[in-house]
Ligand binder design. Structure first.
Ligand code: PA5
Length: 463
C-alpha cells in the first residue's frame, strides 16, 4: 500500500532563492520547538483531542457497517442535512472516492448521495419539488444538535416524510448523527426513536470526518470506510516520529507558519491537480481557516492571526488564477496535490490526415490525456518555481480510501500543530458562534432577547 509523499523541494531557498524560500538549516533549527508542539498535542490525545484516536474506533466502524448493510438496497437516495464540519468532509469523500457521475448512474443497488449544506430556498425548494420520500434516507448531522440551518432543514423534510409515510413510517427514513446527550437533536432522537450515531466527545466539527459524521454517508454509498481508517492509522504512526523530516504533518505545519510569519505569505493555496480531490481542498480550507483564524492568542492577547486558505483546481484554474499566482504579489504559497495514476486512460486519437500539416494539433495525436494533464501540472510547477513562488507537493500514487485517509489525518494533525506555532486555540470557533447567536436573536429565539436589543440599537442593525 502506497504512502502519500510530501515534497518541499520548491519551498527551499535552493530552488527559489532566499528572499522567498526557506533553508534546510532554518527548518531544522526549529526541531526542538517542533518536538514540543508534537508532545503538547499528543498529550491531549486521551483528553480533549479524541479525534486523534478515531482511526482505531473499531466498534464504531462495526456499527456503521452493520447499519449500512441493514439498509442496503432499500434507499435510492441518501441526503445529508448538515453544514460546515458536518458536511464538507462528506462531499470531499464522495468526490474523491466515488465517480463524478455517481448520481447520474449509481452502481447497481447503491444509492445516490446529496449533501444539502445550504438553506438557500432555491436549493431546498427545488429539492423538495423533486425528492422521492419512499426511497430517500436523511442523515441529519449536527455535533451541537442545534444549528439553525440543519434543524430547519430537518423540520422541513420531516414534515414532508410524515405527510407521505405517516408518523410511524417516516422514522425509518431518518438517521441522526449528533452528540450523545447534549443538544435539541439528541432530545428529538429520544422522543422519536430515530436510529442514531454519536459524534464522540473531543471531536470538533471540522475534525470529525473520520467519525460517523463522515463515515456513515460514505458507507451508505459503498465507500471503503475501513480503508480510510487504515490510511489514517498509518499516517498517525508515521506522525508519532518527532524527527521533523520524517513527520509530514509536523513539517507541513512548520512550513506554513514560517512562510507566513517570516516570509510574509498570508495566503495558503491548495491546488489539487485532480478533479477528484477538488473538494478535499475545500474541506481543508475550512479546517485551516476556522482553526487558525483567531482574534486572541492562547493567553488572551488580541493578535488577529490566521492564514487565508484558497482552493484552486488544476488544470481549470490555470486559465483563471495562475496568472495572478505567477506574477502577482509575493503573498501566497502553494500546495500542489499530485496523482500518479488513475482509473482511466484516455487516448487522444491519431491526428486525421487532413490535419497533419497543422502543428497546433498534430503534436497531440496518439498521446494520452494523462500525459497532457501531467505536463500542464509540471508546467505550472516550473512556472511557479521560476517565478520564485514557494510550492510544495503532496503526491498520491493513486487515489484510494487508504491514501485519502492518510491525507485527512495528516492535515488534521498539521492544523492542530499550527495552533501551537501560531499560539492560538485551534479547536474553538467563537467567530462562527457569534454569527449563530446573532441569527438566533434575529429569528426571535427565546433566550436571545438581549442580543436582539443589542443588534437593533447598533448601527449595523439589518432592515
Ligand atoms: O467545525 C465546526 O465546528 C463548524 O464548522 C461546525 O461543523 C458547523 O458550524 C456546524 O455545526 P454543527 O455540527 O454543530 O451543526
Amino acid at each position: 500500500m502506497s504512502q502519500i509523499q510530501f515534497d518541499l523541494s520548491n519551498v527551499l531557498a535552493d530552488a527559489i532563492g532566499s528572499d522567498h524560500g526557506l533553508t534546510m538549516e532554518e527548518l531544522l533549527a526549529d526541531q526542538a520547538r517542533c518536538s514540543a508542539a508534537l508532545a503538547e498535542i499528543q498529550a491531549r490525545r486521551d483528553k480533549d483531542l479524541r479525534w486523534l484516536d478515531l482511526p482505531y474506533a473499531q466498534d464504531v466502524l462495526d456499527s456503521i457497517l452493520d447499519y449500512a448493510s441493514s439498509v442496503n438496497g432499500r434507499f435510492k437516495n441518501i441526503v445529508v442535512l448538515g453544514i460546515g464540519g458536518s458536511a464538507l468532509g462528506n462531499t470531499a469523500l464522495q468526490s474523491a472516492l466515488g465517480s463524478p457521475f455517481h448520481n447520474v448512474e449509481p452502481p447497481p443497488g447503491v444509492a445516490r448521495l446529496f449533501v444539502l449544506d445550504n438553506i438557500d430556498p432555491d436549493l431546498v425548494g427545488e429539492f423538495l419539488d423533486h425528492f422521492d420520500p419512499d426511497h430517500t434516507l436523511f442523515n441529519v448531522i449536527s455535533k451541537s444538535g442545534g444549528t439553525a440551518e440543519t434543524m430547519s432543514q430537518f423540520l422541513i423534510f420531516r414534515a414532508r416524510l410524515v405527510q407521505h409515510l405517516g408518523e410511524e413510517g417516516h422514522r425509518d427514513h431518518i438517521v441522526v448523527t449528533t452528540d450523545k446527550e447534549n443538544g435539541v437533536l439528541r432530545e428529538i432522537v429520544e422522543r422519536e426513536g430515530y436510529e442514531s450515531f454519536i459524534v464522540p466527545d473531543g471531536v470538533g466539527g471540522r475534525f470529525s470526518v473520520l467519525s460517523p459524521v463522515g463515515l456513515l454517508s460514505s458507507a451508505l454509498v459503498g465507500i471503503d470506510v475501513k480503508g480510510l481508517l487504515k490510511g489514517a492509522a498509518d499516517m498517525d504512526k508515521r506522525c508519532q516520529n518527532e524527527a521533523l523530516m520524517e513527520n509530514p504533518a509536523l513539517l507541513y505545519a512548520l512550513v506554513q507558519h514560517k512562510l507566513h510569519e517570516e516570509k510574509g505569505m498570508p495566503i495558503a493555496v491548495t491546488f489539487p491537480y485532480s478533479h477528484r480531490l477538488a473538494n478535499m481542498a475545500a474541506w481543508y480550507a475550512q479546517l485551516l481557516g476556522e482553526s487558525i483564524g483567531k482574534r486572541l492568542s492562547k493567553s488572551g492577547e488580541e493578535v488577529f492571526r490566521g492564514p487565508t486558505p484558497v482552493s484552486a483546481v488544476g488544470v481549470t484554474d490555470q486559465h483563471s488564477q495562475v496568472q495572478l499566482y505567477v506574477e502577482g504579489p509575493f503573498d501566497k504559497w502553494f500546495t500542489l496535490m499530485t496523482v500518479g495514476t488513475g482509473d482511466h486512460e484516455v487516448k487522444i486519437p491519431q491526428t486525421p490526415a487532413s490535419f497533419r500539416d497543422l502543428e497546433g494539433v498534430d503534436y497531440l495525436g496518439e498521446r494520452s490525456l494523462r500525459e497532457l494533464f501531467q505536463a500542464e501540472r509540471d508546467g505550472t510547477r516550473i512556472a511557479l518555481t521560476d517565478a520564485k513562488r514557494p510550492n510544495a507537493s503532496i503526491h498520491f500514487e493513486t487515489i484510494t480510501a487508504h491514501t485519502v485517509g492518510q491525507y485527512i489525518y495528516m492535515m488534521e494533525l498539521a492544523v492542530a500543530l499550527m495552533g501551537e506555532f501560531y499560539d492560538v486555540d485551534a479547536f474553538d470557533q467563537p467567530g462562527v458562534e457569534a454569527g449563530k447567536v446573532a441569527a438566533y436573536a434575529l429569528m426571535g429565539r427565546a433566550g436571545f432577547e438581549a442580543e436582539r436589543e443589542r443588534i437593533e440599537s447598533a448601527s449595523c442593525a439589518t432592515k
